[in-house]
Design a protein. Sequence first.
Length: 418
Amino acid sequence: MIQLIRGFKDILPAEVALWQHIERTAVALFAAFGFDEIRVPIMEKTELFARGIGEDTDIVEKEMYTLEDRGGERLTLRPEATASIVRAYIQHKLYADDPLRKLYTIGPMFRRERPQKGRYRQFYQIDVEAFGMAGPYIDAQMIHMLHLFFQRLGVSRSLAHLNSLGCPVCRPRFREALSGLLAQVEEKLCADCRRRQARNPLRVLDCKVPTCREAVADAPAIVDYLCDDCRQHFNSVTESLARLGVPFELNKRLVRGLDYYTRTTFEIQTDLLGAQSAVAGGGRYDGLVETLGGPATPAIGFAVGFDRLVEILGQRLKVEAPKPALFIAALGEKARREAFYWCAALAAAGIYVEMEHGDKSLKAQMKRADRLGAARVLIVGEAELASGKANLRDMATKAQSEIALDGVAEKLEQTLKP
Ligand code: ATP
Ligand code: MG
């Protein structure tokens, strides 16, 4: 039997209710904050991710699913959505009417990582981006929105970790100080870090290898190197968060693995996930739109790890699958035929009705109605068809009421309308 690809997974019907609940919660919340949905393709030219994410990141160096199509073009399954949304923003001149755009998208991402709990090769992200706002309020708003999102879902044990990465004015000074330290601890670093350290020393702070973490434990903090503008910006963000009642913690070690991030960077962590503690991450990327050929545009975004959120909530939130408003227990071919058309009329009217399609006993049908959690059962056999009347049973109270079969679909529609 052919199995699915390693690191990929099926989301089975029993789990989908939870996925939909999360999605609906996100959509309603984002709409209230003025975010519009955008849908971008799953594949892009490889070059977009190479330039947009940065050549010496884990993602571009070793995680991308890249293929050459029959025309010889190099294409990549998107490892994240930001680069694609930025491309769309530029390509369709979404800035023309109003450079302020707030966008989100929800969908699958692909990274060839080592599969484990909370880490898949196809995983889902809820991705949110805001363009054209340089000031600190949008940073605070995004983190606030993320906090509300987790609250509404009932994820209580989560905390926003916060840092500032500075800007092209102040980062070089920090980079120099960091390089100084890295030179001293070089032999303790993993091969990747040793190689990257010269070109992108900040990446070393992001390395997950324990010996690397240890080696940079005493690394200088970026926040001590911020220029006045970056410092003021960061202070305003933290002040706003405090006033909005969003719990956060400064984390001087927090850097993003992606090169285009500037200033505010954040991650939502929870102790409910074990090793993969980050359930969302994001930050400001003021340089990316211009890097990808658009007009200089400040921007900020975040991505929620949908699968990890499902893992947290799966343990605590039971989202019920919809239950039929009615089960028609039909006995005999003639009754089944009638029932089939009644079901069709009721479904068209938006009412979920189930029936049995095989020749099953009344007992078996009642059992199935019970298992499905049907609110009512209509029992129809030869006798009922002959008399033109049938019994409608309320499964909770066991009360029975008689209903005439002439025009029964319309009558049921009135009775069962939610
Ligand atoms: P991590 O440190 O866990 O590797 P990351 O820095 O690569 O995360 P981002 O690129 O910022 O993650 O993606 C945002 C979120 O997407 C993460 O916080 C995480 O919840 C989720 N995520 C990232 N990679 C995976 C994956 N392979 N499987 C499932 N979820 C993932
Ligand atoms: Mg990663």
